[in-house]
Design a protein around this ligand. Structure first.
Ligand code: SAM
Length: 245
């Protein structure tokens, strides 16, 4: 890194940490506490449960999850659980973000479509690991909040859209990877169509109350499907999801 870059980063972290940590002992202490909490999250919740993809672990060590939740919940940001983000939606449990991201096996050159931006946290993790992330959120207030946070964190390889992600983003297709962060009754056909041959689609499929994380790999003339883990996500609401809230 060159000389002028260092003060700019320092000033940036000062602002961000002051914004989220109302009760800290100064910005340096708050930054250290969040970094230590992130390190514990990676070690105890991810590595000990079998997440070994070094790039995914590094991205989750880096992305400041506390900036994606309401400041009043910042102290809980590194807990082993989902948290409310308003509008009846949640930021996913860190372990589930890691499982889904690792299962996409990103190498760094991919164009990824994410359905369900929510807080923008998983978008930021994906943006660390892929060439470009296209993300769709149906609730405008959440989409706008996520866009602001991603902008503050200088993620400049993300395109956002407000709308029904169960239809995909045909103009930007094909994608090498697609991740759906809400539970669907079945795999939406437009998402399979918009996947490149060899591409991976991760989606929770099941009832509104319990799903199984499914990985669909597109092949010439068909798909392979694997069931990975049980999970519980909020509903994918839309044309190729659930029709009610
Ligand atoms: N990955 C997000 C994060 O890190 O904060 C969490 C996403 S939350 C579990 C699921 C999100 O999917 C919600 O914000 C919800 O509004 C959104 N959603 C549900 N149906 C959708 C649809 N058809 N298109 C786009 N977003 C949808």
């Amino acid at each position: 890194m060159t000389g002028p870059f260092i003060p700019r980063r320092a000033a940036f972290f000062h602002v961000e940490e002051g914004w989220t940590d109302g009760g800290g002992n100064g910005w340096g202490a708050a930054r250290g506490e969040h970094a230590a909490a992130r390190e514990r999250m990676v070690r105890d919740q991810l590595e000990r449960r079998g997440i070994h993809d070094g790039r995914v672990l590094e991205a989750m060590r880096k992305v400041p999850r506390h900036l994606f939740v309401d400041p009043s919940l910042g102290w809980r940001a590194y807990e082993d659980s989902p948290l409310p983000i308003g509008e009846g939606q949640t930021i996913s449990q860190p372990y589930m973000v890691a499982v889904m991201t690792a299962a996409l096996t990103l190498q760094g050159r991919e164009r990824v479509l994410e359905i369900g931006t929510g807080s923008g946290y998983q978008t930021a993790v994906l943006a660390e690991l892929a060439a470009w992330v296209y993300t769709i959120e149906r609730i405008p207030a959440l989409a706008e909040g996520a866009q602001q946070t991603l902008g503050r964190l200088k993620h400049d390889n993300v395109s956002t859209q407000i709308g029904d992600g169960s239809m995909g983003w045909p103009e930007a297709s094909p994608f090498q990877a697609i991740v759906v962060t809400a539970g669907a009754p079945d795999v939406p056909p437009p998402l399979v169509e918009q996947l490149e041959v060899g591409g991976r689609l991760l989606i929770p499929v099941g009832s509104p109350h319990a799903q199984t994380l499914r990985r669909v790999t597109k092949r010439d003339g068909g798909v392979d499907q694997e069931e990975l883990v049980s999970c519980v996500f909020v509903k994918l609401v839309g044309e190729h999801g659930w029709h009610d809230e």
